[in-house]
Design a protein around this ligand. Structure first.
Ligand SMILES: NC(=O)C1=CN([C@@H]2O[C@H](COP(=O)(O)OP(=O)(O)OC[C@H]3O[C@@H](n4cnc5c(N)ncnc54)[C@H](O)[C@@H]3O)[C@@H](O)[C@H]2O)[C@@H](O)CC1
Ligand SMILES: Nc1ncnc2c1ncn2[C@@H]1O[C@H](COP(=O)(O)OP(=O)(O)O)[C@@H](O)[C@H]1O
Length: 296
């Protein structure tokens, strides 16, 4: 996919300087970190695959997908053999992961809640390593269903939560209408409650870190399709694994995700029928278009 007209403004490049930095010539895969994605219960393997695929296209050095199933649902991901596969229980034991994405298609069963408890406890136990952990989708719904899990999440260092309006309402124990009526207050309350970064997804996604609220203006209704939130988690996770600060990685991830959708809209003459699985390649094109290469 190439589009000679694809341009990233100087303003955006200045907002996210580490995202648009050229790769060092002497880099190796270890330079760009390892991301662990845990999700994909039976019937929702695709959610974890979408997040993992997005992370690979967003430049993570290595991507692991850990399925919340007793055994692997597939020997390799068709079309994506680069991604390393494990069960969730195996993957969560690894100590060489630079960032985690937890929750895409994770499931809401009692055993999923128990697994999330163990993941959060490990996050607290390994607090001094300060490995960023992004919680999305079913992981957020589990926090709203189990107060003890929410309490553990609040103790994890460097946490990022990415609810849509309905998930935010569940987390705050208010109605979705109330969240929609004052999105800024909702996202600030979430970042305060969890002591980390909160992303309130939707039209003009908001990102809060307890001090500031950033409003994103990229994206379009083509993103209103199943799995596009999973792709967002993978994009942000990959930037975190690459060592970009959580505040910059989260805002840049949201911007790139929306800009990828805008690019696809322009390429295909509209927003209808955009697929979540198309976003990763488009996001790669956008990121590369913004990289400033110094001629030597
Ligand atoms: N291919 C796959 O495996 C997919 C798996 N998915 C996973 O499925 C799990 C559950 O996702 P669901 O979509 O069922 O559940 P959600 O909790 O996301 O949505 C449930 C309902 O909440 C309402 N809702 C959602 N977003 C809203 C918004 N922004 N404003 C107002 N109301 C809203 C809608 O009525 C929706 O049907 C997640 O773990 C997710 O990651 C989905 O991402 C879809 C694709
Ligand atoms: N109308 C819209 N304009 C801009 N972004 C949108 C719009 N609709 C959805 N999105 C984006 O698409 C993603 C949808 O995420 P989510 O609701 O979690 O979907 P899923 O659970 O199916 O993955 C979010 O990043 C959201 O901001």
């Amino acid at each position: 996919m190439s589009n000679p007209n694809l341009q990233v403004s100087a303003e955006v490049r200045a907002l996210f300087p580490d995202v648009f930095k050229a790769r060092p010539v002497d880099s190796h895969k270890g330079t760009f970190g390892s991301l662990g994605v845990i999700g994909g219960a039976s019937g929702m393997s695709g959610a974890a695959v979408l997040a993992g695929t997005a992370a690979a296209y967003m430049g993570a050095g290595k991507v692991w997908v850990g399925f919340n199933q007793d055994s692997l649902p597939m020997p390799i991901i068709p079309g994506q053999p680069e991604i390393l596969l494990a069960t969730a229980k195996e993957l969560m034991q690894r100590k060489d992961i630079d960032a985690w994405v937890i929750g895409c298609g994770f499931g809401l069963s009692d055993s999923s809640a128990e697994l999330l408890r163990r993941i959060l406890l490990l996050g607290i136990e390994r607090a001094e390593h300060n490995v960023p952990m992004l919680l999305d989708a079913d992981a957020l719904t589990l926090l709203s269903l189990h107060e003890d899990l929410a309490a553990l999440a609040r103790q994890c260092p460097s946490i990022i939560i990415t609810p849509h309006a309905a998930e935010a309402a569940r987390l705050l124990h208010v109605s979705t209408e109330l969240v929609a009526a004052d999105r800024k207050t909702a996202v600030s309350a979430l970042s305060d409650q969890y002591g980390g970064i909160a992303v309130l997804k939707g039209y003009q996604t908001l990102v809060a870190d307890g001090a500031a609220v950033y409003q994103n203006n990229s994206g379009n209704p083509g993103l209103s399709t199943g799995g596009s939130g999973d792709v967002l988690s993978g994009i942000i996770g990959a930037l975190l694994a690459q060592g970009i600060s959580a505040w910059q990685a989260t805002r840049a991830g949201v911007w790139l995700h929306g800009a990828a959708a805008d690019y696809l809209r322009d390429l295909h003459g509209g927003e209808i029928g955009m697929l979540a699985g198309e976003l990763p390649v488009a996001a790669r094109a956008v990121r590369n278009a913004g990289v400033i290469r110094v001629k030597g």
